[in-house]
Each structure stands twice: as C-alpha cells, then as structure tokens.
Ligand binder design. Structure first.
Ligand code: FE2
Length: 474
C-alpha cells in the first residue's frame, strides 16, 4: 500500500505534505520529535560483552536473547510506531523520524563500541522491517552486507582480511558490524535471520570467486554443510550482531501463519577508515538531537538506497517523491555547514548523496515506462493553476540525482562513472550523434533526456549548476 497522503498528489504538493512535522507527530502521538523522548542507557554485562565479541570473531555473528539493550516499554513504542506507519502506507524505515528510534540506535552503539574495542560507530545505515506472513512476505535473500565492490571504489584494497582489524590477542575484529533488533517475536513462522557461520564459509575471509555463487560454494561440496545453517529466532527486544562478511538472510514467513508480522530495526556500525557515517559525524551531536529535516532526508534517502528491494512496493511516483525530498534537503549538507565543522566528514556526505543519486538513476531507468506514465498522470493539465510556475519540477528530480553524481566525480570519487555511462553511453558522444540520442531516448523517459547535454557541459567545465535546495516545507 502506498501512502494515501502522497499517492496521486502532484509532486510539489506531495513533497510539502511529507515535510510536515505536525503530520508525523499526529500519526504517532506517543513518539517524539522533540528530543524529549526516552533515554536508554542499558548495557550488557561484562561477561556478555566478552561472549558477544568472541562469537563475532569465531562465528561472524552473536545472539543476545531477552531484552538486554532496551526497556520493553521502549521496544513496544517502536513496534507500535512501525505498525501505525505501515497501516498508513509508509515504509517501516520512517520510524527514523522519531527520537525513540535514535535512542535505540544509541543503545546499540553503547554496547557495540565496547564489543569492537571502541572502533565501530553508527554509520546511519538504518533500516526497519515489517514482514507480514499473511502477505507471503520475507526478508532479504542470502547476501553478505559488504563485498569488495563496496569498498574498493572508496580506495581501499581488495583484500578481504584487511576489512578486519587485529586486536591485542590477535583476534580479527570486523570493521563493519550490524545490529538487528527484534521488536516482535521473530521465528521461522513469521521470518527470522539465518546465518552460515564463518568456519563453514570459504569466502568469508578469502573472498568469493567469480565462477561460483557463494551459497553454491558453501553447499556444493557435501550435504552436511546444510546442517550448519543457524536459524536465530528472537523474542521481542532480543538482537543479533553480525559482521559484514557473514552470509545471512531473512527467511520467508509461513504463508497464513497465525503469528503476527515480524517487526525489526537494524543499524550498521563501522570504523571510520572503512566506512564513514553517511550524514553526521557521530561525535558532533547526540543521536536524539539531529533535526527533523535531516532525519526526513535520511529516511527518504534510505528508501532509494534500498529501492531495488522495495521497488514494487514503492512505485514510480513515490520513488520520485522520495528523491525530491532527499535532494531538496541537500542544503542541509552544504559547504557552509562543512565550514562550521558541523559535518566534518563532508566527502562522505557527498559520496552518500552521489550514491543515492546513482541509485535513483538506475531505478528510474528500470521503471522508465511507469515513470513516464506517472509524470504524465500527475503533471498539471494545460490551463490548470500553477502558482509556482515551475514546470521543470519533474525533470529537476533526475537533474539533482545526476548533479550529485557529477559532483562526486568532480571531487575524484570513484564508483559512479560506469553506472552513469551505462545509461548515457560514453561521455564522448560518437560521431553519429543522432543514433546515440535515439538509443538514449529508449533508455530513459524522454523528459529526462534533455539534461544530458547540460551535464556534459558541466563535465567539460562549460556549464553552471542550477542553484537548488531549501524548497521543502516553504
Ligand atoms: Fe544484511
């Protein structure tokens, strides 16, 4: 279900609606956006921290049962908030608009920092889930959270072992760990996490091989390998920690199971030399005290970041709205703020913006037919009143996505050029320009095509980027 608040609503109006803080406060009145919510300072016992660290090192994951990180009342508030968001058609990840979500992330970090000897910090990759058995839903299919293609473009060596750091005892501690918190019971009936422990996975430290799927490699040698799959049910408030290299997945819920939807919240914690925070340096401000607009930009950005997994649920119109929300709040990430040391990790912020832009261009390309239909359906009809006289609004969405990619490219960041060229062809147009243009028009909605020549101008230093940002909530 798409959110009725923005479904079929012209883009500009939809963006204004989603930016209304009052709307979100009224939707979940028991949650807070005023930094006056709960504070949670629970910590695992020293013995538990030692056990979690050891299991992370030896197996690649560790389970903390019971409700050790948060009070049950806090868990219940988050669960209720996600249920109410989903009932209104919003993604569960929009729980990130509320203080209670960031207080939970703070509690995760309190414990994880100690487990990783103080090295790993929240990188703001937060995702929430609502897996409903009655709808045949399931979690992510088997994957590793990070592969060389994620870190090599950042200038890091391909070597997988280098993504771990040796502690004083010689243990390899992961530079990237995810905490996955169950907000309801998570069971095989309503979907829970499953892991292939590190000792049974040849690609965990060595890396994967091109000619064989990592799962095939694990299971093709001997059937006993299946017996090592660890299914990890959790009660509400329980959590798992897992490294970036462990193969894991969320099982498919049993169709029509009597159990309630599985609701969960996850956040990643990484070392700054491996993956810096997306939007904030965590020491700059406490988790509960970054402002509403920035939370909104992050939630919208995350929906695009994971858009290939949610594309069917999102639909092209909602996707456009989310990218417009994300890009229209780019003033929050401006150089002005960088100069105030508000965002000391400015290059990482640019990279995050570029990654979201990159993802949006890919998604727009994959749903181009529907995207074009949607643009036509929600565009103002001739003669209709248009107070803003901004008929380029639709095109601006792709424009800003491409601008962010180019901005990263100009800064010398890698990892975006190939995708850009996959869609637009080589940056140098061939002699038969008409033929190239014909091909390009086939690849993206016609309305988007006009941006290419301007972008090429920017690449060659001939154009000037349109000033944008600061529109939301006017
Ligand atoms: Fe994952």
């Amino acid at each position: 279900m798409a959110p009725p608040l923005i479904t079929g609503v012209p883009l500009r109006e939809a963006v204004a609606r989603i930016g209304s803080r009052r709307y979100w406060e009224e939707l979940c009145p028991y949650l807070h956006i005023d930094n006056k919510g709960l504070s949670t300072k629970r910590k695992l016992s020293k013995g538990e921290r030692v056990r979690v660290k050891q299991e992370l090192v030896e197996e690649g994951y560790s389970k903390v049962g019971g409700c050790e990180l948060l009070d049950m009342s806090h868990v219940e508030l988050l669960r209720r908030g996600i249920e109410d968001l989903v009932a209104e058609g919003w993604p569960p990840t929009f729980i990130g608009l509320y203080d209670e979500c960031w207080q939970a992330v703070g509690a995760m970090q309190n414990n994880l920092k100690q487990v990783t000897d103080g090295r790993n910090s929240c990188n703001f990759d937060v995702v929430a889930w609502h897996v409903d058995p009655s709808k045949g839903q399931h979690g992510f299919s088997p994957h590793r959270d990070r592969q060389p293609e994620d870190w090599v473009p950042r200038g890091l060596p391909h070597d997988v072992e280098a993504t771990f750091v040796k502690d004083e005892e010689g243990n390899l501690v992961a530079k990237y760990v995810t905490c996955w918190l169950a907000l309801t019971e998570a069971s095989p009936d309503n979907s829970c996490l499953n892991f292939v422990p590190a000792p049974h996975d040849p690609g965990y430290y060595q890396g994967d091989v091109e000619e064989q799927d990592p799962m095939e490699r694990v299971f093709s040698c001997r059937k006993e390998a299946y017996q090592h799959i660890r299914s990890v049910p959790l009660s509400p408030g329980g959590c798992t920690f897992h490294t970036h290299r462990i193969i894991h997945w969320g099982s498919a819920a049993k169709p029509n199971a009597a159990s309630r939807p599985r609701i969960s919240l996850s956040c990643a914690f990484s070392t700054s030399d491996f993956e810096k925070a997306y939007v904030l340096k965590e020491e700059a401000r406490s988790f509960s005290q970054f402002d509403f607009d920035l939370r909104l930009a992050l939630c919208a950005g995350q929906m695009i970041n994971y858009g290939d997994r949610f594309l069917n649920e999102l639909g092209p119109h909602v996707l456009r709205v989310y990218h417009r929300v994300f890009s229209s709040l780019s003033h929050l990430f401006s150089d002005e703020l960088f100069s105030l040391d508000y965002f000391p990790c400015c290059d990482e912020v640019r990279r995050y913006q570029a990654e979201i832009g990159n993802k949006y261009v890919q998604l727009a390309s994959s749903v181009q037919d529907k995207m074009e239909e949607d643009i036509n359906a929600t565009a103002k009809k001739p003669g209709e009143e248009d107070e803003d006289e901004d008929e380029d609004e639709d095109e601006d969405i792709l424009d800003s996505a491409l601008d962010s990619i180019l901005s990263a490219k100009v800064k010398g960041m890698k990892g975006f050029v190939d995708d850009f060229e996959d869609i637009y062809g080589h940056a140098d147009f061939p002699a038969d320009r008409k033929e190239m243009q014909r091909k390009q028009r086939k690849q993206l909605p016609a309305k988007f095509f006009g941006r290419v020549s301007r972008i090429r101008g920017i690449l060659k230093g001939q154009g000037s980027k349109k000033k944008r940002g600061g529109k939301r909530g006017d």
